[in-house]
Design a protein. Structure first.
Length: 66
C-alpha cells in the first residue's frame, strides 16, 4: 500500500503551493483512471441512459429503506 502513498506524495510535490482540494482530488482521479498497457488513459465506457435511470431508481429505493 505504500506505493499508493508514494504516488500521492509525488502528486502533492508536483502541485503548486497554492493548490486547492479540488486540484488534489482531480490529480488523484487522473491517477485512478483506467489506463491502457502503453500508459495512455482508457476512454470512458458509456452507459445507456436507460441503464442510468434503472440504477438511479434502484439507488433511490435503497436510500428510502434506510
Amino acid at each position: 500500500m505504500s506505493d499508493v502513498k508514494d504516488q500521492v506524495r509525488a502528486l502533492l510535490d508536483r502541485l503548486p503551493d497554492d493548490c486547492t482540494f479540488a486540484d488534489v482530488q482531480r490529480g488523484i482521479a487522473v491517477m485512478m483512471w483506467p489506463k491502457r498497457e502503453d500508459g495512455s488513459l482508457e476512454p470512458p465506457k458509456r452507459v445507456d441512459p436507460e441503464e442510468v435511470k434503472r440504477r438511479l431508481r434502484e439507488w433511490m429505493k435503497s436510500e428510502g429503506e434506510k
